[in-house]
Design a protein around this ligand. Structure first.
Ligand code: PGA
Length: 248
């Protein structure tokens, strides 16, 4: 696991985007795994800039997203479909036929999850998976206690996640209780992992992830077992670490 500590969020975003861009240049038909949340937004902005100003070409890229809320249609402004279009896909040239995001409105959720896993396998697996991390150590919607070998499935959101999400919705009934998420095992099969984190609120989760024992209580800790995992964090997110890490 390579830990790269950057000065600030802007530097983290640039580094993450540079890693993604270098893979897209080297392997134009690569398979990218994307994440949502606040942290990757800076990297996505930088990818858009690289596309516009330097012609970074996504036309042959295939993408898979980590997760989606159950019950939200793609048009809902809080859905991850909407987020991805708004923050990345509408601004680069990924072919919509090659974009895959879990379907929160799937009638047969279990059938959909099996199909998603098969689809990832059929395209040859994910080359590079981008990950955020929750303050509780979750990756995607694999909340504390998730099996470290889990596959794409429906998960009940933790009470804390539900409470945190309440502010985004006008009505209580609208707040999602479930999500479809790639499993920890699915994520670990990506050939390369790129986990990004910023800010002091992530310091405990980063310390557990980099230096703690591997445990389902902090699903992100399994990343220690991945052969090609890079963690790009800013100084605040790194503030709980005891070891010394690269600053480049
Ligand atoms: P954040 O979310 O980037 O908005 O902090 C990360 C996550 O919960 O995975």
């Amino acid at each position: 696991m390579l830990v790269i500590v950057k000065e600030n969020y802007g530097e983290v975003s640039k580094e993450a985007a540079a890693e993604i861009a270098s893979l897209v240049r080297e392997k134009p038909d690569c398979v990218l795994g994307f994440a949502t949340g606040g942290t990757p937004l800076g990297a996505y902005k930088e990818l858009i800039r690289l596309h516009r100003e330097e012609g970074l070409d996504f036309s042959k890229v295939t993408t898979f997203n980590l997760d989606e809320y159950v019950g939200l249609p793609p048009s809902h402004p809080k859905s991850y479909h909407y987020y991805m279009l708004e923050n990345l896909f509408n601004h680069i040239n990924v072919d919509p036929r090659n974009m895959f995001i879990p379907m929160g409105m799937a009638e047969n959720v279990h059938g959909f999850c099996a199909w998603y896993e098969e689809k990832i396998e059929k395209v040859g697996g994910i080359d590079l998976q981008i990950l955020g991390i929750g303050a509780n150590g979750h990756i995607a919607f694999n909340e504390p206690g998730s099996s470290l070998g889990s596959r794409t499935r429906i998960k009940t959101l933790s009470e804390k996640t539900i409470r945190d999400n309440r502010r985004f919705f006008t009505k209580e009934e609208e707040v999602p209780r479930y999500a479809i998420t790639m499993g920890v095992g699915t994520i670990m099969e990506a050939r390369q992992l790129l986990l990004v984190a910023s800010g002091a609120t992530k310091a405990d989760a980063i310390r557990a992830t980099v230096e703690g024992p591997i445990t389902a209580w902090y699903p992100a800790t399994i990343v220690q077992m991945h052969r090609f995992a890079t963690i790009v964090i800013d100084k605040d997110a790194a503030s709980g670490l005891r070891g010394s890490y690269a600053g480049f």
